[in-house]
Write a protein that binds this ligand. Structure first.
Ligand SMILES: [Zn+2]
Length: 155
């Protein structure tokens, strides 16, 4: 197996923990939902789909921070109970091989390219986007709902 040129960046644990505290404090923009499908609730912290019946927190996350032309905040899920942050960061997350679009951004958070994995290997798309020296990071998003899923940087 060849060494990957990328590094998966899951949601920071502190962001997941902050969401769990916000739910306990009754924050109006943090909802607890029960997963009712095995492939609809990807946790951005462990990068696994919730199993039906698991409690998930739905809350807005600014994947592209305020103050930029491409600033964007949108809904993401994390497990309501503690989970282990995805650690196989040199491997593309197995459960998220399908249904992702990839957006390349430069150092000023400008979106400079984007591709959908239409049957091709997601690793190949990520590596191609990172080959552009202007690309600082690539964001994987849901191709259907557009929600931020995880970030990819150079290894
Ligand atoms: Zn999780």
């Amino acid at each position: 197996m060849k060494t990957s040129t990328f590094r998966i960046v899951p949601l920071p644990t502190e962001v997941a923990e902050r969401a769990r505290r916000a739910v306990k404090a009754g924050a109006a923009d943090h909802a607890v939902v029960i997963a009712d499908s095995p492939t609809s609730y990807p946790c951005r912290h462990c990068l696994r789909f919730a199993r039906p019946g698991e409690r998930m927190i739905l809350f807005p996350y600014a994947a592209i921070p305020p103050g930029h032309a491409y600033s964007e905040s949108g809904p993401i899920f994390v497990h309501a109970d503690a989970c282990e942050r995805y650690s196989a960061t040199r491997e593309y997350p197995h459960e998220l091989r399908n249904g992702r679009a990839f957006r390349a951004y430069n150092a000023r958070y400008d979106m400079i390219d984007a591709e959908v994995a239409n049957g091709s290997e997601p690793e190949a798309i990520v590596e191609k986007l990172l080959q552009n020296p202007e690309t600082t990071f690539v964001d994987a998003r849901s191709v259907t709902r557009g929600c931020f899923t995880f970030r990819v940087q150079r290894a």
